[in-house]
Design a protein around this ligand. Structure first.
Ligand code: SF4
Ligand code: SF4
Ligand code: F3S
Length: 266
């Protein structure tokens, strides 16, 4: 990896909350500073770049021209389409126009988080902006989906490191998620699983069973239907994950999880 030149990266931000970026910035292995400062050339991103206005636009267009066919495109956020396209505009263009333009010369395209992968909260009923995940717009492109609201920082960094190291896409499952991180349910790697198997359940939050660390299935945990690496990789440098803090998984890496509610019920 050290001998290769730093790959050019474009990171677009459409309809999103920026927590995917926040999560990425907290990756500890690899350290995100190593990636951003030594390994990548992050040529355009609305949140982290020093440039703004015309200078930022110039950097984007220079990358599109000078690195056509070579740059990695990272997309955070959903895209409002059709008559609602004006709900998200940058530099005088709609996100719907921009995504087509920036995808054209991308070597690899990554959908960060549930917004770009599934539409997430903006696409929840009644989806007032016609928020659309990017694979429904870029129909002829392979999209690496990294769902989660947000995804785990180390998973995001791991996907980028794979692209840089092997210069090819990671192995994906049938809906486009990297198998290395999304081939198992949260339930499959949950440390509370022996309680589930033994029929030991929390019946309500703060009951004595909760204090015993019993399984959270009866208070709405969606770990059995959620594919993510939380039980293995955990969060904040491997410190913990929602279930370890006493709250069931809400299925944040699954499509339509906002509409599959209410939370706390099956
Ligand atoms: Fe924010 Fe979640 Fe969308 Fe990421 S997927 S930008 S965390 S709303
Ligand atoms: Fe499965 Fe959730 Fe129970 Fe863990 S807490 S064993 S993920 S149902
Ligand atoms: Fe999300 Fe469930 Fe992990 S809510 S963070 S997929 S434990």
């Amino acid at each position: 990896m050290e001998t290769k030149s730093r790959p050019a990266v474009i990171w677009m931000h459409f309809q999103e909350c920026t927590c995917c970026s926040e999560s990425f910035l907290r990756s500890t292995h690899p350290l995100v500073a190593d990636l951003l400062l030594d390994k990548l050339s992050l040529n355009y991103t609305e949140t982290l770049q020093a440039a703004s206005g015309h200078m930022a636009e110039k950097s984007l267009h220079d990358t599109l021209e000078n690195h056509f066919g070579e740059y990695i495109l990272l997309v955070e956020g959903s895209v409002p389409v059709g008559e609602m396209a004006a709900c998200c505009c940058i530099g005088g263009k709609s996100a719907e126009q921009i995504i087509q333009e920036v995808a054209e010369g991308a070597k690899a395209i990554v959908a960060w988080g549930s917004c770009a992968s599934n539409g997430c909260i903006q696409a929840a009923k009644p989806n007032p902006t016609r928020a659309t995940p990017i694979h429904k717009i870029l129909k002829n492109k392979t999209i690496i989906k990294v769902p989660g609201c947000p995804p785990i920082g180390e998973v995001m960094a791991g996907v980028i490191v794979h692209l840089m190291t092997f210069d090819r896409l990671p192995e994906l499952d049938r809906i486009g998620r990297p198998k290395a991180f999304y081939s198992r349910r949260v339930h499959d790697s949950c440390y509370r699983r022996p309680n589930y198997d033994a029929g030991l359940f929390v019946e309500s939050f703060d009951d004595p069973n909760a204090k015993q660390g019993y399984c959270l299935y009866k208070v709405g945990c969606r770990g059995p239907v959620t594919y993510n690496a939380c039980g293995i990789t955990r969060w904040n440098g491997g410190t913990s994950f929602p279930i370890q803090s006493g709250h069931g998984c809400i299925g944040c890496s699954e499509a339509d999880f906002w509409d599959n509610g209410p939370f706390y019920q099956h």
